[in-house]
Ligand binder design. Structure first.
Ligand SMILES: CC(C)(COP(=O)(O)OP(=O)(O)OC[C@H]1O[C@@H](n2cnc3c(N)ncnc32)[C@H](O)[C@@H]1OP(=O)(O)O)[C@@H](O)C(=O)NCCC(=O)NCCS
Length: 169
């Protein structure tokens, strides 16, 4: 499989929404969600459009050579003046495209973005049962920084999350 990683375009909204819906629907529950639906195509399009004028956040996609979008990474820097050097990220890869280097390539793009805007630390939360994601992050160089007990509400209960971070070299 060959693919490229590039900044998301508003025209990607439809495909990205379908990707997020598919990954959110996986029974293991990988993603930290806002509790209900993923954002609509229109909301995703507006968000991607707004990013063009907003330097503090970015979305990258992995596009397969047949045009399918098989991965999405979003990153946004902290707004507090004392932690402007920190950015939080989230990512997902389509089920049939996993274990082929897409996640790692998206993290590389996040690192490049961070260097470009002066972000020195990337952080993320991952559910303790998400062994694939934890393996990816550790292989990339993320370290466990903390364990957040009952930190996220999902499926009617409050669940734990691991806080991981990466120093941008
Ligand atoms: C986690 C996820 C993003 C990984 O993406 P991916 O494209 O499959 O990852 P890569 O192919 O780039 O993997 C890079 C390395 O990470 C590790 N890794 C990734 N998936 C793994 C798995 N299932 N088991 C063990 N190690 C794994 C390996 O070290 C791998 O290198 P290798 O294949 O050369 O051994 C993907 O599984 C996914 O989208 N899952 C559902 C959504 C999700 O969990 N998002 C993250 C929420 S915090």
């Amino acid at each position: 499989m060959s693919f490229v990683v590039r900044p998301a375009d508003p025209a990607d909204a439809e495909q990205l929404t379908r990707l997020a819906e598919a990954v959110s629907a996986e029974p293991e529950g990988w993603l930290i969600s806002t509790g209900g639906e993923w954002r609509s195509v229109g909301e995703e399009r507006r968000y991607l459009k707004a990013l063009r004028r907003y330097p503090h956040a970015a979305v990258y996609v992995a596009e397969r050579d047949d045009g399918a979008l098989i991965g999405r990474l979003s990153i946004a820097r902290d707004q507090h003046p004392a932690s402007l050097h920190v950015a939080d990220l989230g990512l997902m890869v389509a089920k049939d495209a996993r274990r082929q280097g897409v996640g790692r390539a998206l993290l590389d793009a996040a690192g490049e973005w961070a260097r470009g805007v002066g972000v020195r630390k990337l952080e993320l939360h991952v559910f303790p049962w998400n062994e694939a994601a934890i393996a990816l992050y550790e292989a990339f160089g993320f370290e466990r920084e903390g364990y957040r007990k009952a930190h996220y509400h999902r499926g009617g209960e409050d669940v734990d999350a691991i806080l991981m971070a990466y120093r941008v070299a």
